[in-house]
Design a binder for this molecule. Sequence first.
Ligand SMILES: NC(=O)c1ccc[n+]([C@@H]2O[C@H](COP(=O)([O-])OP(=O)(O)OC[C@H]3O[C@@H](n4cnc5c(N)ncnc54)[C@H](O)[C@@H]3O)[C@@H](O)[C@H]2O)c1
Length: 327
Amino acid sequence: MRAVVTGAAGFIGSTLVDRLLHEGHQVVAIDNLSTGLLANLDQARRTYRLNRRFTFVQNDILAPELSDIVAGCAPDVIFHLAAQVNLRASITDPQFDARNNVLGTINVLEAARKGDVKRIVYAASGGSRYGAPEQLPVHEAVRTDPISPYAVAKLAGEMYMRAYAEMYGLSQICLALANVYGPRQNPHGEAGVITVFGRALLTGDRATIYGDGSASRDYVYVDDVVDAFMRAGSAPHGTVGTYNIGTGSQVTVLEVHQLIAAALGSPASPTHIAAKSGELHAIALDTTKAHQDLGWSPRVDLVDGVGRTIEWLHGALAPELAELVGA
Ligand SMILES: NC(=O)c1ccc[n+]([C@@H]2O[C@H](COP(=O)([O-])OP(=O)(O)OC[C@H]3O[C@@H](n4cnc5c(N)ncnc54)[C@H](O)[C@@H]3O)[C@@H](O)[C@H]2O)c1
């Protein structure tokens, strides 16, 4: 297939690009490099640029020329992952968040419409679309209740997907992702506790926990998420709608810390500070529908996934660790 991937230099997007190329597909990767790294696409650029299966376009999804870029490569599918992903930034600057995540998504949909693209797969937020549901794990039909600007904008993106499907017959699949973790997740960021805690413990710091650590999340490994994107990208055109992508299990932040500390043999206890506003206390996603319609299930358990992530962190932080040893 010919695929356009927006947000291609990001954590999940670049892992999807590698998988698409590995399976013989052609990829046009779009990213404005606001948080994404060109280094995440090194393997794709080294291996596939010469035979023209891989092209990187540094561009903003809000740019008017997006339609020409999409029309020029006539993709079978657009994987739309580009987004402002920082919850805190969405609270301090909701307009910036909405520009990227609402207007940006509309511009991608317009490019799909003008380019006569038949299939679009959107990275929705399963962690934020349901608010604080009464029962966990939560399934897709439960009333949505976004409680932060990020959550509102990501859900608006889903609704635009649905509207474009109704108006123009675009086949849309929204993958409502739980808390994704794995190699290439930013260890210096705000989100992604597994790489953030891993970096703290590897560099001899104490990890910081917002609140008492009893908040629980549903952690899903990035390769499993990419597998869901692959299945959605090649699903029959009649397969449309929102699908939860998670594990269904709740794991507390303290448990994650213990798991990483055990993997690294670190005795350091975490520091606790005030909980962040706009954050949920507990979430876990029911993925029965993805299993039934897409044949998808998560395969990597948390202990294995944390192990793989820590192994990657050792390499990614090597210069920082070498400096610490030398200091
Ligand atoms: N990581 C998670 O746990 C998680 C959970 C639910 C949903 N999602 C969604 O998955 C997608 C990917 O998230 P990620 O964790 O890989 O984040 P990421 O920040 O690593 O990737 C996002 C990418 O989009 C790019 N980008 C941002 N704004 C852009 C713009 N205006 N034009 C072009 N490129 C732009 C960034 O440079 C970055 O490379 C996002 O849509 C996010 O909302 C992620």
